[in-house]
Design a protein around this ligand. Structure first.
Ligand SMILES: [Ca+2]
Ligand SMILES: [Ca+2]
Length: 505
């Protein structure tokens, strides 16, 4: 259900703006209208637990739903890589991981000669006269080194970097080992959180936009990336006794190739078995829900500011998450898989040029499509150097049939191909999975080995990337590679008789 949380103040201001602007428009000669601004909101590790996506029955995201009601929300949008760095590198460069060779938590793409001068999404807008402004986590994690952070070349203006602060002196959940893998009520007030401060900084820019040029403001929030800290009021939205856990099947991985384990061979994220043994499953789900509603409120603060400043009519808004997140399904928590929990993401476009307001599109879409779509919506010249396809035809006509599937890659040779009906997975050793996502939305029944599905598999194989770039130098953390028949996790061979590692033994 879509909830619209529009304040009476917001509506009043929108109407006033309209009344004041209307006479000016009526008596002005048909001059070229100012180019639209762009607000890009990137959320970290947010899966389909968003109201308009229906991934969790009790999640409360009134502001993302309000944005979806203003434009088009995609229900079948997928990341190009289920991990921060390769996903963000992909949608900001407009290139697939299989093109750049960036599959892991490194490298920073500017460190590679080939992409030193590659024109990214914000740079493309800057070249067209936009002021490009950024705050928070838009590129992966760290800002580039200080010496590269001067005004330009990446952005006209760098703002508050943000991070994972504040953190309690000791993790709330004991003995998980990794300092970021934690959840619970913390801190006392919302405005102590780095993400709140990122929103504050962005709001200041919206209140004082560039005088002459249009702006391209990109804002990156870290919630609901771990640590899953939120203040008490966000946990109160999800009383402990009412928290619904994801539906999982204990035998779910029995019909899945063993190679799937290599994709998340040894993560700091606990496996479901650990969460259950330590009675932390519900607590982690609750922390995630609370973090989602907290970040949703920050999205609402940005939308409120656009309304209050009269910027809504001339600002294209795009909201995305870099990839999804498992909370128990397929026996894990975390990401780094090719199933829908990892690949499916919210993707919403609203504002000038989006005609189908309040509609949802079930067409496959990729984060890679953001770059060409924004160019198209803003009326900028086509960029032939990027991959992906403009979604504008869908934004103009919700029934438009796109002919391309969505492709996700995790490490060279492991891909998922998603259409309106199917998810086909091929791993680097050639093993496969096939799901009918219309009949089996939880992807429980692997059809790949059953008779009768070969023609479908054949037709989906044609979309597998034909060129697969070798991992560029600097790919280390979370890299899975198959070399001469041996899987390598982060550069080290995995022996044939190794048992599945159990995080936090
Ligand atoms: Ca992420
Ligand atoms: Ca299964």
């Amino acid at each position: 259900m879509i909830q619209i949380n529009k304040t009476p103040l917001g509506i009043g201001i929108t109407m006033m703006t309209f009344m004041m602007v209307f006479p000016l428009v009526a008596f002005t000669s048909p001059k070229k209208q100012a180019r639209p601004n762009v607000l890009l909101i990137a959320i970290d590790d947010l899966n389909d637990w968003v109201g308009y996506l229906g991934g969790h029955p009790s999640v409360q995201t009134p502001n993302m739903d309000r944005l979806a009601a203003m434009g088009v929300g995609f229900t079948n949008a997928h990341t190009q890589a289920p991990l921060c760095n390769p996903s963000r590198t992909s949608f900001l460069t407009g290139l697939r991981p299989t093109t750049t060779g960036i599959y892991a938590l490194g490298p920073w793409f500017r460190a590679l000669d080939e992409f030193k001068d590659h024109v990214t999404l914000p740079q493309y807008f800057e070249k067209q006269g936009y002021q490009t402004i950024t705050t928070g986590k838009v590129y992966h994690d760290a800002y580039p080194p200080e010496e590269d952070r001067r005004d330009g070349p990446e952005f006209t203006r760098w703002g508050f970097k943000g991070g994972f602060l504040p953190r309690p002196e000791e993790p709330i959940v004991k003995s998980t080992g990794h300092p970021l893998v934690d959840w619970g009520v913390y801190p006392e007030n919302d405005d102590q959180q780095d993400d709140w401060k990122v929103a504050d900084w962005a709001i200041e820019q919206l209140k004082n936009p560039p005088k002459k040029d249009p702006f391209f403001l990109s804002v990156g929030f870290r919630h609901p990336h771990v640590p899953l800290y939120a203040t008490q009021k966000w946990f109160d939205l999800y009383p402990e006794e009412e928290v619904l856990l994801p539906l999982v099947r204990a035998d779910d991985r029995d019909d899945i190739p063993f190679f799937s384990w290599y994709l998340h061979w040894d993560l700091p994220e606990p496996r479901l078995a650990w969460l259950m043994m330590n009675h932390e499953w519900k607590a982690k789900v609750r922390g995630y829900l609370a973090s989602v509603s907290f970040v949703d409120m920050l999205v609402g603060r940005l939308l409120d500011t656009l309304e209050e400043e009269g910027l809504m009519e001339n600002t294209i808004i795009v909201l995305l998450s870099d990839h999804g997140y498992h909370l128990g399904s397929k026996a894990i928590s975390g990401k780094n898989t090719l199933w829908h929990e990892s690949t499916r993401v919210p993707l919403i476009f609203a504002g000038p040029g989006v005609k189908e307001t309040g509609k949802t599109s079930h067409a496959p879409a990729e984060l890679l499509d953001i770059f060409p779509t924004l160019i198209d919506l803003a009326g900028l010249p086509e960029n032939k150097a990027i991959e992906g396809h403009s979604l504008k035809p869908v934004l103009n006509n919700i029934d438009y049939r796109r002919e391309w599937p969505a492709i996700t890659t995790h490490g060279p040779g492991n891909h998922a191909i998603v259409t309106s009906q199917w998810r086909y997975i091929q791993y680097a050793d050639g093993s496969e999975e096939l799901y009918n996502i219309q009949d089996d939305p939880y992807e429980w029944k692997n059809l790949a080995k059953l008779t009768g599905y070969q023609p479908i598999i054949q037709s989906l194989r044609q979309y597998l990337p034909s060129k697969i770039a070798a991992p560029a130098p600097g790919n280390t953390v979370r890299l899975i590679e198959l070399k001469d028949g041996t899987p390598y996790w982060q550069g080290k061979p995995i022996s044939e008789d190794a048992g599945i590692p159990m995080s936090f033994k």
